[in-house]
Design a binder for this molecule. Structure first.
Ligand SMILES: [Cu+2]
Ligand SMILES: [Zn+2]
Length: 168
């Protein structure tokens, strides 16, 4: 039995599934101005990490999420669909939440810079972001209340970025 377990472990280590998936997006506002970039990758712990490197964002507190469709073509960015939801509810203030794509609100000061790393414990990049219709990063005009269904009552979508796979 011990030998069998060892054999399975060795096979597991050799499997390509252990290569960490990584995606990135250029983020643009409704006028087509580039606001920066977002990168999301899996880690050995199973918690995904998102890195936001943004500037020229309007000052204020903004909801930021990963949305379920990799399509920023609509002028209001509704083409990106709802949140990457899995089988969970929206927000950390909800018993069955949060969605895998829910992030903490982003505070942007007068310099327009938003730089932060975010842990996403329920997100798996391969499963949720690299599915057939892709995924997008979205910045909202307003604040996510972490509670209202289905999306935190965060208001208009002011910026969007289609996430695509990064290959080393
Ligand atoms: Cu959103
Ligand atoms: Zn959500």
């Amino acid at each position: 039995m011990k030998t069998l377990t060892a054999a399975i472990l060795v096979a597991g280590l050799a499997a390509p599934a252990l290569q960490a998936a990584e995606v990135s997006a250029d983020v643009t506002d409704r006028d087509g101005n580039r606001l920066g970039a977002v990168r999301v990758h899996d880690t050995p712990s199973g918690v995904a990490v998102a890195t936001l490197t943004l500037n020229s964002v309007p000052a204020g507190i903004h909801a930021v999420h990963l949305h379920e469709t990799g399509d920023c073509s609509a002028s209001d960015f509704k083409s990106a669909g709802g949140h990457v939801a899995g089988d969970r509810a929206h927000g950390v203030m909800t018993e069955d939440g949060p969605h895998p794509g829910d992030m903490p609100n982003l505070t942007v000061k007068s310099d327009g810079v938003g730089e932060v790393e975010v842990f996403l414990p329920f997100l798996n990049v391969s499963e949720h972001l690299l599915d057939e219709d892709g995924a997008a990063f979205v910045i909202h005009e307003g604040v996510d209340d972490y509670e209202s269904q289905p999306a935190g009552d965060a208001g208009e979508r002011i910026a969007c970025g289609e996430l695509t796979e990064r290959t080393q």
